[in-house]
Design a protein around this ligand. Sequence first.
Ligand SMILES: *Cc1c(COP(=O)(O)O)cnc(C)c1O
Length: 347
Amino acid sequence: MATGMLHIDLDAIAANWRALDAKSAGATGAVVKADGYGLGVAPVAKTLAAAGARWFFVAVAEEGAGVRAALGPDVEIGVFSGHMAGDTGLLRAARLVPILNSAEQWARHQASLPDAPYGVQLDTGMNRLGLEPADWATCRAEMEAGPLKLVMSHLASADEPDHPQNQDQLRTFTEMTAGVTAPRSLSATGGILLGPDYHFDLTRPGIGLYGGLPFTDATPVVRLSLPVVQTRDLAPGETVGYGATFVAQAPTRIATISGGYADGLIRAMTGTGVLYAGDTPCPLAGRVSMDLMGVDVTHLDEVPESLDILAPHQSIDDLAEAAGTIGYEILTSLGGRYTRHYEGGVS
Ligand SMILES: *Cc1c(COP(=O)(O)O)cnc(C)c1O
């Protein structure tokens, strides 16, 4: 079998949720958008529900239907993109809670699902989603008169604790929601770490559940092992891969491993990426190609059957740094070709 093996530790996800729940002043939800950050929404969501999460969040209604199918009727599922044209049937069938972002969405919701619960997102400075203060002032009384389940906003700079935007957004959110009786929510993973002033009634962690920064104390969740397809010995002067960018300076042993940019192992890690044979680092040699990459294993006594690219020595954030990106992108890019092996949890 030449596919990589993605080990997903569901117990670690549950432990991360409990750790963030222990820090949260109020209740703790779980963000499972993008197929549970690429790890498989059904096992991830079931594990989080068993750990105690009662609010789940997705980006789009289609994802919410999958969460409902996995979890059954007893949880709330919020849809960050709100109530888009064409969503009504799905929202109704899967009993999703659209988090309304504009007066237009509010009008659509009232017209098509007048009795169905909803939330609202307020823009407090990120300028991505949410009602502006003036729209909120116009809609607020009517919205509060109906089944309003959640009033939320999102922090733009919470991964930088000293960024002045955090306090600005906190102040704006507090002002905009003064007197609101529906539960309030402001913080994702980064905001939880900013402290209880930022927590309100419900937090919405995503990346921290999956072992990523800024939750530095997270338990690692993923391990990714890539099989060695072939090993070869190079004489000095021979090259590896497209463009012949790696040139052997001495007798060199190269392992060709199964995994490339089509599997989310982005080409930008060329030149800086490292794989592990147990504890021993082995540098990439030559360009990452679509399905394969070369690894310098000259220093190993024995070439193993597989090398790890995500492992205890190399987190998603370490790999992200090598590739000039963020752990979120590494995680959500992990491709469909891997064999996913779940450990622990509820799958
Ligand atoms: C993705 C997202 C989250 C989760 O953010 P993390 O940084 O992964 O914890 C929370 N709220 C909103 C609105 C989001 O888009």
